[in-house]
Design a protein around this ligand. Structure first.
Ligand code: ADP
Ligand code: MG
Length: 753
């Protein structure tokens, strides 16, 4: 079964050479109990280690089932140890941080036996040695005898052919020693047992053959083999540490060192926290900017008014010429910089044909004046609201209202029909005295109930009912009571009260009265044919004041204000969203193609000017802080590397045990890599959790500073990436220690305490 041919072994420590074995020739039977006796230092352990494939021989050959091991690779030895031999050590060599059950199962798991089967076999074996109840205990909770029994059944678990025991009773009292010997004898009946012992009495009682050694040589053999039996050649089985076991081992180790694991993960999570914070805040800021763009800026209308800055002058271009600051200077009116938009019927048509899916609403500002009249404290008064009227945008079909996105409706509803008005209050809920008076509300009252304003009415009088023609001059009818009672009048009602949303307040608020486009159409419809308008077109002086018009424009604008049909003074286009706005801009630009400069229409897009800057600043800050965090990540990887190295040193013994059970170098390195990976994942997750916790006060502070809610927002995708990054970095940090661990010589590893 086993044959040693001229085995020699010399240890070299520095320049000192220690010959441990000299020309050993031995052959063992398939079934026998061999005791090896000899003084300390005679080479017994070395012999056993060589037989067990833990140590290598220098000269000669070891034949296993007639197969030479001269050309064995590491993996072959690993497999041999795992399947063919079981070791029993004097000091038990159990893995302390694993349970009894896990210790017994280890060899089987290393050889790829399923967990279920392992459990079964291990439990059965524990039953045999009467320690089943103790299976969840850890080795240091057992007595020496109990530990040795565990180590014996561990050696037997993979059902090996050879049991190698190095002074198995060396640390036990004589009574326990006998029990252990009985156990070994009982359960190894059909195996080859080679036992090193000091105890000649035990050897004589239990062994079938006694070999005596001295100075690395066999000096006596009581039962040598005289003939060789032909046996089948030894076939190698592969061992492989499966990932779940690897994970279990690493997790177990981390668990036994909870404190250290936590502190290390905490320290190495700092880099992750840094990056996560930066990412979440810059992410949040970008989101806010995007929101701002999409809500605030996109709902800022594209404005086409009579005058626009000439687009040949870049808005960002600076005038570098400086003027003497000790003097005042007349402003040079740069007419080139102003473009006069000629809003024609053609253009109006063009605007009205915009793809309605892009537009939320359109507002037209007409110069037409409204004649308002109301009864205030029993007196009928004409009311001028010219400065407080605002044209509400005309909504496109199925569109959410511009009003709804820009204003909060405090009471009532939006004004949609021609006889409906919307009262808009300022940010402090203030309403102008003029509007209050116009609605017949006592403006001395401090707190006006919203309900008292809702449904208040005001009358609109058409020109013909208001003006009287007296000798080709027009005056306002003195009998205002009659004017007020006229059934032609339109009665307009406040149907809603609205307030500009908080995010728009910076754009400036005043109290206003919003009217619908339909009302404007109605007024023009009647007033364009009114007497004052038709008469005014015939003469070149103002029919009310008598003033003579010197410019045609003056007459035109006066006529427009009286209600003659005219082009709007200003058009505001409210885009549906940011993208739509770009498309509308493109659409408007197309109008100017092939047109002479003077016929082009230049619009103003306020939103365009605001965007862009803040994002760049954020990016710069992120980059700087990101660099710092990246450094701290590298530092934490180094730290983990050092801690892993310490762990390797601490676990040298465990490495030796695992190797003696048949773990490959690869497996050892895998365990440590897995541990590093786990540490990385733990610190990554810890970092993310801490970031989320830190973000709470950070967001509070940022909210106090900027008024923006929830700026710091961690993108789940970023969180995932950071955990992966942490795992990868610590894995890299663990590579070298893992390599060191896997290179440990199993014999030396087993000797360390
Ligand atoms: P025993 O088990 O019979 O007491 P060993 O096999 O342990 O003896 O040791 C045999 C000789 O080899 C001793 O002189 C010992 O000092 C030496 N030896 C054993 N292992 C090593 C080693 N790893 N490095 C150097 N010398 C060693
Ligand atoms: Mg020894």
């Amino acid at each position: 079964m086993l044959k040693l041919q001229n085995i020699g072994k010399t240890y070299q420590t520095g320049t000192f050479k220690q010959v441990a074995l000299k020309n050993i020739n031995l052959e063992f039977r398939e079934k026998e109990f061999v005791a090896i006796l000899g003084p300390s230092g005679s080479g017994k352990t070395t012999l056993l280690n060589i037989i067990g494939g833990l140590d290598s021989y220098d000269t000669g050959d070891l034949l296993i089932d007639n197969k030479s091991t001269k050309n064995f690779k590491d993996e072959d030895w690993d497999s041999y140890r795992n399947h063919k031999v079981g070791f029993i050590f004097q000091n038990y060599n159990l893995i302390n941080h694993l349970s009894i059950l896990a210790n017994v199962e280890m060899g089987m798991l290393l050889s790829g036996v399923s967990l279920k089967k392992c459990h079964q076999v291990a439990k059965d074996l524990l039953e045999v040695v009467g320690l089943k109840e103790h299976r969840h205990k850890h080795p240091n909770e057992l007595s020496g005898g109990q530990m040795q029994r565990i180590s014996i059944i561990r050696a037997l678990a993979n059902n090996p052919d050879i049991i190698l025991a190095d002074e198995p009773t060396g640390a036990l009292d004589s009574k326990t020693s006998i029990q252990i010997m009985e156990l070994i004898k009982k359960i190894t009946k059909h195996k080859l047992v080679i036992m090193v012992t000091h105890n000649e009495k035990l050897a004589k009682t239990y062994a079938t053959r006694i070999i005596k050694m001295q100075d690395g040589k066999v000096i006596k053999d009581t039962n040598p083999i005289s003939y060789a039996k032909n046996i089948k050649e030894y076939k190698l089985k592969k061992t492989a540490l499966k990932l779940p076991l690897c994970l279990r081992l690493s997790l177990n180790n981390l668990k036994t060192k909870k404190g250290r694991t936590f502190i290390t993960s905490f320290a190495s999570s700092i880099g992750i926290i840094g990056i996560a914070l930066i990412l979440s805040i810059s992410n949040g800021f970008n989101n806010q900017i995007k929101d701002f763009e999409q809500n605030t800026l996109s709902s800022m209308p594209i404005i086409i008014s009579k005058q626009a800055p000439n687009d040949t002058v870049s808005l960002t271009e600076e005038d570098n010429s400086s003027l003497d600051s000790n003097f005042l200077h007349p402003l040079k009116e740069d007419l080139d910089n102003i473009h006069y938009n000629n809003i024609t019927a053609d253009f109006l048509n063009y605007v009205n044909n915009i793809d309605s899916s892009l537009v939320r609403g359109l507002a037209y500002y007409h110069p037409t004046k409204f004649n308002f009249i109301n009864k205030i404290k029993e007196n009928v008064k004409l009311i001028n609201l010219d400065n407080e009227l605002i044209s509400l945008p005309k909504l496109m079909d199925n569109e959410t209202s511009v009003i709804a996105t820009k204003y909060d409706i405090l009471k009532g509803k939006e004004a949609i029909k021609k006889d409906e008005l919307l009262l808009i209050v300022d940010e402090k809920n203030q309403v102008s005295q003029n509007i209050l008076e116009a609605l017949g509300i006592d403006n001395n009252t401090q707190d006006i109930k919203l309900d008292d304003v809702l449904n208040k009415t005001i009358k609109l009088v058409f020109n013909d009912d208001l003006y009287q023609n007296i000798d080709n001059y027009f005056v306002i009818n003195k009998d205002l009571e009659t004017v007020y009672q006229n059934s032609n009048n339109l009665t307009l009602k406040i149907v809603g009260i609205a307030k500009l949303k908080e995010e728009y307040v910076s754009l400036g608020t005043t109290s206003l009265l919003g009217f619908t486009n339909d009302l404007l159409k109605e007024v023009i419809k009647y007033n364009k044919n009114s007497e004052i308008v038709s008469k005014q077109q015939e003469v070149n002086y103002n029919l009310i004041t008598g003033e003579v018009f010197t410019l045609k424009e003056d007459k035109d604008s006066w006529l427009s204000s009286l209600g003659r049909e005219s082009m709007p003074e200003e058009i505001q286009i409210y885009p549906k969203d940011f993208l739509a706005k770009t498309k509308i801009n493109e659409y408007l630009d197309k109008y100017n193609q092939d047109k002479e400069k003077e016929n082009q229409i230049i619009y103003v897009d306020q939103a365009k000017m605001v965007v862009g800057l803040s994002q760049n600043i954020m990016l710069a800050i992120s980059l700087v802080l990101g660099a710092f965090s990246a450094i701290s990540l590298v530092v934490s990887a180094l730290m983990i590397s050092i801690i892993m190295y310490i762990s390797v040193l601490e676990r040298t013994k465990e490495i030796g045990i695992l190797r003696s059970l048949g773990a490959r170098k690869k497996d050892i390195s895998r365990i440590f890599k897995m541990e590093a990976l786990l540490m990385g994942v733990i610190s990554g997750i810890l970092g993310i959790i801490l970031t989320l916790i830190i973000l709470v006060p950070v967001n509070q502070i940022l909210e106090n500073l900027t008024n923006l809610k929830n700026i710091g927002l961690l993108n789940p995708w970023h969180a995932f990436m950071l955990i992966s990054l942490s795992a990868i970095l610590t894995l890299i940090g663990g590579l070298i220690p893992a390599k060191i661990a896997s290179r440990k010589n199993p014999v030396i590893a087993l000797r360390t305490e």
